[in-house]
Design a binder for this molecule. Structure first.
Ligand SMILES: Nc1ncnc2c1ncn2[C@@H]1O[C@H](COP(=O)(O)OP(=O)(O)OP(=O)(O)O)[C@@H](O)[C@H]1O
Length: 734
């Protein structure tokens, strides 16, 4: 179908070419043979030869049509057909123009040219055309024409010979005949030309009408083609729709395929992984099996080695067996010998057992004796303490410290007996002429010089501590002015070490050690500690939670025990507890110190250690009590010059210290009334002072010459106490 269409179309394309060739031939005027060069020149100057070239038009139309057909699109096909029709129209116009214009132009040119020029050029043209014509009819043999001027009269005497007009020359005005001939020639030529043009026009008109009918045909053909193109377009649209449909189907299929492919891939990968896992498992199993095999081989080798050893052992055992048999015989002989020896030894053991029984009886007797001796020791110890005096006074002089080192302690003299101390006072008379020296001698149970260390001091009081463990009430006081070394003696410095720790920790340590040693003798001790402070006649718990204003009452029980209400009691079951206790007391004191400056100097601190011992062997029970008291500074009111709160404090201190002195004095004088209730301190210590107690007082002395007066007072107070003889201590044994 398409092939036949193309064939027809080629023919169609060819037909305008043939028409155009025909038109081109017609468009070219058929000039007379002598007019050809003129016509050619004119035609080359004419505009029709350049703008309309039917061949070019056809070529363009060919290429467009070919392109249109090749692309097979309707849009392209339409311009092609339009181009074809416009080409035909252009061709028609070109033919008409080409046919009429050259001839008309020539005629117009000849008619409108100025006369002279016209005549000249016409003459020239006629000459050009006439010469060959005449040459054909009348060849110019021997004819010449003399050129004369137009005004010159004709030469009448010469025969009238038709002279040839020279080329380019003008006929003179008088040559009317010649000029007429020229005109006639021109007229004839023009007529001929007109005839030819008319013929040509007629031919061209007929050609034109045939071309128009051809164009009509072509138009129809184009319309037919357009219809077919439309049909084809519709078909194309349907095909495109179908193609789109197919494409979407294809896409769906591709999508489906891809999904399936992905699934298959996934499945394949899973299978691959499974295979890899199986492979790995198999490899592991193989490895295990290889290991098992190696182990089995190793076991087999070991077994073989063991077998070999066994074989060797069996052979050596056989040899041994023989050896054993001979040994057995020898052992049998030995056994007989040993049996007889054993019998002898059994007899000896019986003897020894009798001796052991005897020895055990002796040990029991000795142990009994030991216990008796321990009891005896306690009694003797107590007797010694009693002989030493139930109230003793030790004097201790602290060393010069820091800035004080520039001072001298020449006013204090220490006799060699370690029991005496002398204060020397040098006085100059008012006029300065006389200097008197006065000595104040004092005697105490012991005098410690400034160089004496803490362990040495404790060595002197350890017997009293032992008495507390033995069941006696013991009180150890530190008395003296502020800064004389009372706290240092009783507790030690702020950060104590093993060398400089005070009497309280040392006493507790000794009690621990002795209690542990006494465990062998059946004694089991429990130790309870309390630490209180008496400030302005009020009792404060130094082991408590630091509650300010909490009231504590003193109660004396009928069994001779003294208790303090709501006061913290610590079980001192390990030595570490003592340092814990001292630390806690220090913290509570620091809190109190913020409320009252220099409070520690202005209060009495009382550490009480209650010792309860049980002897599981003898059934003895002992209850001892050790009070270690750091008394407040003993400055006299007159020297302290205190006022306000400080005056109140000093009065309270003085009252309690003088009450202590009064109590000791009353006890010494065996007065019927002992004024214990005069102060909180004496009331608290009621059961620790007096008949059944042992009391030790440290009188601490400052070495400074400036403290001479206070030192003298302290030593006088201590002497008063030292002179007291308080009853006989009674041991509390139940
Ligand atoms: N034997 C000593 N060896 C070394 N230093 C001592 C000795 N005695 C006391 N001191 C030091 O002297 C200073 C005063 O002593 P301490 O505080 O014990 O006096 P105090 O009488 O307790 O005073 P207060 O009444 O104010 O408490 C302290 O720095 C203390 O360490």
């Amino acid at each position: 179908m398409l092939g036949s269409t193309e064939g027809t179309f080629d023919d169609f394309l060819d037909s305008p070419r043939r028409i155009m060739e025909a038109v081109e031939i017609q468009a070219t005027p058929t000039p007379a043979p002598n007019m050809k060069p003129l016509m050619k020149r004119k035609a080359s100057q004419s505009s029709i030869s350049e703008p309309v070239n039917p061949r070019n038009v056809r070529a363009k139309a060919d290429s467009r049509t070919t392109t249109a057909l090749n692309s097979r699109t309707t849009a392209a096909a339409r311009p092609t057909t339009r181009a074809t029709s416009s080409t035909a129209a252009t061709t028609r116009r070109a033919v008409a123009t080409a046919t009429v214009k050259p001839v008309a132009a020539k005629v117009t040119e000849r008619l409108t040219r100025p006369r002279a020029t016209n005549v000249a050029s016409t003459n020239a043209a006629v000459t050009r055309r006439a010469v060959p014509a005449r040459a054909a009819t009348k060849p110019p043999v021997g004819t010449t024409r003399t050129t004369r001027s137009a005004s010159a009269p004709p030469v009448s005497d010469e025969p009238e010979v038709k002279k040839e007009k020279p080329k380019g020359a003008r006929r003179p005005a008088w040559d009317t005949k010649g000029r007429l001939e020229d005109m006639e020639e021109l007229t004839g030529f023009l007529k001929e030309q007109i005839q030819q043009s008319t013929d040509s026009m007629t031919t061209m008109h007929s050609k034109l009408s045939s071309s128009e009918s051809k164009i009509q045909e072509l138009e129809e053909f184009r319309r037919g083609l357009e219809t077919r193109v439309e049909v084809k377009e519709k078909e194309n649209t349907q095909i495109n729709l179908k193609a789109t449909e197919l494409e979407s189907k294809l896409e769906l299929l591709e999508q489906k395929n891809q999904d399936e492919l992905r699934l298959l891939k996934l499945k394949h990968e899973n299978e691959l992984e499974e295979v890899a896992r199986q492979k790995e498992r198999i490899l592991r199993e193989k490895e295990d099996l290889t290991n098992d095999l190696t182990k089995t081989k190793e076991l087999l080798r070991q077994q073989e080695d063991a077998n070999l050893q066994l074989r060797n052992t069996i052979s050596s055992q056989s040899a041994n067996y023989l050896q054993l048999e001979s040994d057995h015989r020898a052992v049998k002989n030995n056994l007989e010998t040993t049996e007889s020896t054993l019998k002898q030894r059994e007899a000896r053991i019986a003897e020894l057992e009798a001796l052991l029984t005897e020895a055990n009886q002796t040990v029991t007797t000795i142990e009994g004796k030991l216990r008796d001796e321990e009891t005896q020791r306690r009694k003797l110890h107590n007797t010694i303490q009693e002989l030493k005096g139930n109230i003793r006074v030790f004097c201790r002089v602290r060393p010069l410290l820091g800035a004080e080192l520039s001072d001298s302690i020449s006013h204090i003299h220490f006799p060699d007996d370690q029991k005496s101390i002398e204060l020397n006072q040098t006085q100059t008379s008012a006029d300065g002429s006389k200097t008197t020296s006065k000595t104040f001698p004092f005697q105490f149970d012991k005098v410690f010089q400034p160089t004496v260390s803490q362990p040495e001091v404790f060595g002197e009081i350890s017997q009293l501590v032992q008495s507390a463990l033995d069941g006696y009430p013991v009180c150890i006081f530190a008395y003296g002015q502020t800064g004389s070394g009372k706290t240092f003696t009783m507790e030690g410095p702020d950060h104590p070490n093993k060398e400089n720790m005070g009497m309280i920790p040392r006493a507790v340590m000794q009690i621990y050690e002795t209690a542990t040693a006494l465990e062998e003798k059946g004694w089991k001790y429990t130790m309870e500690g309390q630490f209180v402070e008496i400030y302005n006649e009020a009792i404060h718990d130094l082991l408590g939670a630091g509650e300010v204003g909490k009231k504590h009452d003193i109660r004396h029980l009928p069994n001779g025990k003294t208790i303090l209400t709501d006061v913290t009691t610590l079980m001192l079951d390990t030595p570490d507890k003592v340092s814990e206790l001292m630390k806690k007391a220090g913290q509570n004191r620091a809190v109190a110190a913020t409320q009252c400056n220099d409070r520690s100097s202005r209060s009495h601190s009382v550490f009480t250690l209650r010792l309860t011992g049980n002897n599981t062997l003898t059934g003895e029970v002992s209850e001892g009590i050790l009070n270690l008291i750091d008394l407040a500074g003993s400055e006299r009111l007159s020297s302290s010059k205190a006022t306000g709160d400080r005056l109140k404090e000093t009065q309270a201190i003085n009252k309690s210290l003088s009450s202590l002195g009064d109590v000791i004095y009353a006890l010494a004088n065996k007065e019927s009334h002992i004024p214990y209730r005069n102060s909180k301190l004496t009331y608290l210590l009621q059961n620790s002072l007096g008949g059944n107690s042992k009391t030790l007082m440290f009188v601490n002395i400052s070495p400074l010459p400036s403290n001479f007066g206070e030192t003298l007072c302290s030593l006088r107070f201590a002497t008063k106490v030292n002179n007291c003889q308080i009853g006989t201590a009674r041991k509390v044994v139940k």
